[in-house]
Design a protein around this ligand. Structure first.
Ligand SMILES: Nc1ncnc2c1ncn2[C@@H]1O[C@H](COP(=O)(O)OP(=O)(O)OP(=O)(O)O)[C@@H](O)[C@H]1O
Ligand SMILES: [Mg+2]
Length: 708
C-alpha cells in the first residue's frame, strides 16, 4: 500500500445501505485500493478500478457515486468527461475526490478539483488522511443525493408517461379541448379544437372573426360576445354547454356546444381557462329536421284534415243532394201515381155521372111533358151507371185496404169449386180452365165475397192475356211460412193457403211487372180495363193479413198467388133458415144520418118498405128523440157522424134500450175495416152505396132476429 495514504484504523459505521447502487472507486495505488475496498465494501457495493479510463467505461445510469483518489487524475480525464456527458439530464453523479495536500502548501485542494473534467459538477473534496467513518459518512450522503436524482428520474418518467397518456387522450378524444391563457389564447389544445377555432383565440376575443360565431341560449336568444363561455370562464365562472353556430366560407354552417371553466394558480389567481367543444351538428340537424318534420307534419295533418273535412262536407252535401233527388223522385212518383189515380177516378166517374145525370135529366123532361114511355129505360141506364160507380169506389176502397171486410173462416177449396161454373162461363171457348186443389180441405180466414171477386178478377186477367186460347189453372196449396222466410215473404210466420191462378198467356214484360199493382195501371184498350183489378186484389190480400205475389215470363205466362191465413174450420151459418123477408109492419125505426139528401132518401125508402121512421141528423138529436119515443124497434145510423159517432151512439142507445138491434150504414169508416171487431151484439152493417133491396134485406133480418 502507498504509505502516502494512511487510513485511521477505526470502525466505520454508515447508515444501513442507503443505496445498493454501485460505488465506483478508482485508486491507482494498490494499497489505497485495498484500504478503500476494505473500508467501504461492508456497507456499499464497491467496484474498484486501478485506472480512470476503466472506471469511465463502467459509468452507467445506475452508478451510485464515484470515489477517486487524487492520483487517479494524474492521467487523462477525457474519457471520464465523455462518460459524464453521456449521462441523462437528470443525472449528476456525485464524485468524492480524496485529495492529498501533503505536498501542497496550505490546504488548497482547488488544484485537485481542477483536474476533474468540466462536466463534473457534483464534487465533494475530502482531505486525506481521513477516518473511515468520515469517508463512509460522505459516501452515504453522496448516495442519498444520488438516490434523490433517481427519484427525480422516476417522477420525470411518470410525468412523461402521464403527459403521453394525456396527449394521446387529447389527440383522440372526439371533443375539442383547449387550455388558454388570460388573453384567451390557446396554450394547449387538441387537433379538434384547432379545427373548430383555427385562429387559436377564443371567439369573444377573436376580433374580426367573431362575427362567424353566433351563440344562443336555451330559449334560442342570441348572446353578446361577453356572455360567451370562454369570456365568462376567464372572469371566474364555470359555464355549462352553450350552443354555437359557426359559419365558415369553406364548411358552411356547423353547430357546436361549448363549456368552459376557469383555471387557478397556486395563489388562487385565475391564470386562464379550459374550454371543451362538442360537435352537435348532427344533433342540431336532426333537431332541425324533426322541427321541420313536425311543422310539415302539422301542416300535412292540417291539410289532410281539411281535405277530409272538405270530402266529408262534399259527401254530406252529395248525400243531401241525393236525398233531395230521391225525395223529389219519390214525390214525383207519388204525384204521378196520385195524378194517375185522380185522373182515372175523374175519368170513370165523369162517364158514370154523365150516365146518371143525363138519364135523370131525360126522366124529368119526360115527366114534365107527362110522357112516361122510355122512363124505365133511362132509369135502368142511371142505375147501371150508378152501380158501376159503386163498384169503382168499392174497388178503390179495396185497394186502399179500407173496405169493410167480413172475414170469416172459409173452406177455400169448396168456395173455388162452387165458383167454377161462373169462371168457366167468363173465359172463351179456346181456354181450358182447370182446378188443381190441394188435399186436406183447408180453411182460410177471409171475406167470401171479396175472395170470389179476387179470383174472378185474376181469371179475367188470365183470359185477357190469352186471346188465342190456352190453359188457366186455379190451384190451392197449403204453405208453412217459417220465421226465416217470413220477412222475405212480408208475412207473419204461420200457416197459409196459396190460391194460384196460372195462365199460359202473353206474360208481363219485366219493366212493367212492378207497376201492375198500381191502381189505374192498365195495358188494355180504352174502355176494356180500368187497371183496378190487381190493385184491389192486392189491397184485399194485405187487409186479410195475407199477400199477393206475381211471377211472369213474357211470352210464357203468368202466375198470380194470393196467400191467405189458415183458419180453424167453422160451422157454416145456416142463412137459408132465415127464410124470405117479410115486408115492414109499421115497426118504429130511428134513422140517424147527417147528409140531408141521403137522410131524406133513406127515410122514404124505409117508409116505402112499410116502417115508421123518425129521423135525426146527429147523435145528440137522436138521444133527445129517444127520450120522447115510448117504443123503438131498430136504430139505423150512419157511422161517420159529427160529434158522437154512430158506434158510440149505438152503445149509449143499447144501454138505454138493451138488445135493441142496430144497423150501421156506412160508406167508409175508419175502424170499421174488420166487421168482426167493429160489430157488437145485435148489430149489422150495410155498406154504401146499396140498392133498396139490400136495405130491405138487412132491416128485415134484424127485425126478424129481434122478434125471435
Ligand atoms: N195474367 C196476366 N197476364 C198478362 N198481363 C197481366 C195479367 N194480369 C194483369 N196483367 C197486366 O196488368 C195490368 C193491370 O191489371 P189489372 O187487373 O189491375 O187491370 P186491368 O185488367 O187492366 O183492368 P181491370 O182489371 O180494372 O178491368 C193489365 O192491364 C195487364 O197489362
Ligand atoms: Mg183486371
Amino acid at each position: 500500500m502507498n504509505t502516502a495514504l494512511s487510513w485511521k484504523n477505526e470502525r466505520v459505521t454508515t447508515e444501513p445501505c442507503v443505496s445498493r447502487r454501485a460505488l465506483l472507486v478508482c485508486a491507482p495505488y494498490y494499497a489505497d485500493a485495498q484500504t478503500l475496498q476494505k473500508a467501504l465494501s461492508s456497507d456499499f457495493p464497491v467496484q474498484v478500478f486501478a485506472d480512470l479510463n476503466l472506471l469511465a467505461a463502467n459509468v452507467g445510469d445506475e452508478a451510485g457515486a464515484i470515489v477517486l483518489t487524487e492520483e487517479a487524475l494524474l492521467g487523462s480525464v477525457q474519457q471520464l468527461g465523455q462518460a459524464l456527458d453521456r449521462q441523462p439530464s437528470w443525472s449528476d453523479i456525485p464524485i468524492i475526490l480524496l485529495a492529498s495536500n501533503r505536498n501542497r502548501a496550505g490546504k488548497d485542494n482547488s488544484l485537485a478539483r481542477r483536474r476533474l473534467p468540466a462536466s463534473a459538477s457534483n464534487i465533494v473534496v475530502l482531505e486525506r488522511p481521513l477516518s473511515a467513518g468520515s469517508l463512509a459518512s460522505a459516501v452515504a450522503s453522496s448516495l442519498r443525493s444520488r438516490a434523490r436524482q433517481f427519484d427525480m428520474r422516476d417522477r420525470l418518467a411518470e410525468l412523461a408517461d402521464e403527459r403521453s397518456r394525456l396527449h394521446t387522450l387529447l389527440e383522440n378524444i372526439p371533443v375539442g379541448v383547449c387550455f388558454m391563457d388570460l388573453q384567451g389564447r390557446t396554450v394547449v389544445s387538441n387537433p379538434l379544437y384547432e379545427r373548430y377555432v383555427p385562429g387559436g383565440t377564443i371567439p369573444s376575443r377573436a376580433g374580426e372573426q367573431a362575427h362567424r360565431w353566433v351563440a344562443v341560449d336555451s330559449n334560442g336568444h342570441q348572446l353578446a360576445p361577453q356572455r360567451f363561455p370562454g369570456a365568462r370562464a376567464l372572469r371566474g365562472e364555470t359555464v355549462g354547454g352553450i350552443d354555437f353556430c359557426h359559419s365558415s366560407p369553406d364548411n358552411g354552417e356547423s353547430w357546436m356546444r361549448v363549456s368552459a371553466l376557469p383555471l387557478y394558480d397556486a395563489h388562487q389567481q385565475i391564470m386562464g381557462a379550459a374550454a371543451v367543444i362538442l360537435d352537435i351538428n348532427e344533433e342540431k340537424q336532426a333537431e332541425l329536421a324533426l322541427r321541420q318534420f313536425n311543422e310539415t307534419l302539422e301542416a300535412q295533418v292540417q291539410a289532410r284534415t281539411q281535405a277530409l273535412a272538405a270530402a266529408l262536407s262534399q259527401l254530406e252535401s252529395e248525400s243531401a243532394e241525393r236525398e233531395r233527388a230521391q225525395e223529389q223522385l219519390r214525390h214525383s212518383l207519388k204525384m204521378e201515381a196520385v195524378g194517375q189515380l185522380t185522373g182515372g177516378i175523374a175519368h170513370d166517374f165523369n162517364n158514370m155521372l154523365t150516365g146518371v145525370l143525363s138519364a135523370l135529366d131525360l126522366i124529368r123532361r119526360r115527366l114534365d111533358k107527362g110522357q112516361l114511355d122510355g122512363i124505365p129505360r133511362y132509369m135502368d141506364a142511371a142505375q147501371s151507371s150508378a152501380l158501376r160507380a159503386a163498384s169503382l169506389t168499392q174497388r178503390l176502397l179495396a185497394f186502399s185496404r179500407r173496405q169493410s171486410l167480413d172475414s170469416k173462416p172459409l173452406p177455400v177449396n169448396e168456395l173455388i169449386t162452387t165458383l167454377y161454373d161462373l169462371l168457366d162461363r167468363t173465359v172463351t171457348e179456346q181456354i181450358n180452365l182447370t182446378l188443381d186443389l190441394c188435399a186436406g180441405a183447408p180453411w182460410v180466414l177471409a171475406d167470401a165475397n171479396q175472395l170470389e171477386n179476387a179470383i174472378l178478377n185474376l181469371v179475367i186477367n188470365a183470359r185477357d192475356a190469352m186471346p188465342d186460347g190456352g190453359v188457366i189453372t186455379v190451384s190451392t196449396q197449403a204453405i208453412k211460412v217459417c220465421e226465416l222466410r217470413a220477412e222475405l215473404e212480408a208475412l207473419q210466420p204461420g200457416e197459409y193457403v196459396r190460391v194460384e191462378v196460372r195462365d199460359t198467356g202473353t206474360g208481363i214484360p219485366p219493366n212493367l211487372i212492378d207497376k201492375v199493382f198500381e191502381p189505374f195501371f192498365t195495358t188494355k184498350p180504352q174502355g176494356q180495363g180500368t187497371g183496378l183489378g190487381l190493385s184491389m186484389v192486392y189491397g184485399f190480400a194485405r187487409q186479410s193479413h195475407g199477400r199477393l205475389a206475381i211471377e211472369s215470363v213474357a211470352g210464357q205466362g203468368t202466375v198470380v198467388s194470393i196467400y191467405l191465413p189458415v183458419a180453424q174450420p167453422h160451422q157454416a151459418q145456416d142463412n137459408a133458415a132465415q127464410g124470405a123477408i117479410a115486408p115492414g109492419a109499421l115497426q118504429q125505426i130511428l134513422l140517424v144520418e147527417d147528409d140531408d139528401a141521403v137522410r131524406m132518401l133513406n127515410r122514404d125508402v124505409l117508409v116505402e118498405l112499410g116502417y115508421q121512421v123518425t129521423v135525426a141528423c146527429d147523435g145528440q138529436q137522436a138521444l133527445k128523440i129517444l127520450e120522447t119515443l115510448p117504443h123503438l124497434d131498430l136504430l139505423v145510423t150512419d157511422v161517420g157522424l159529427p160529434g158522437m159517432n154512430g158506434r158510440q151512439l149505438a152503445e149509449v142507445v143499447q144501454q138505454l134500450r138493451p138488445s135493441l138491434p142496430v144497423l150501421f150504414v156506412t160508406g167508409y169508416a175508419e175502424g170499421a175495416a174488420s166487421r168482426e171487431d167493429f160489430l157488437g151484439a145485435n148489430m149489422q152493417m150495410l155498406t154504401k152505396p146499396y140498392v133498396m133491396q139490400d136495405l130491405a134485406d138487412k132491416v128485415g133480418h134484424l127485425l126478424q132476429g129481434a122478434a125471435r
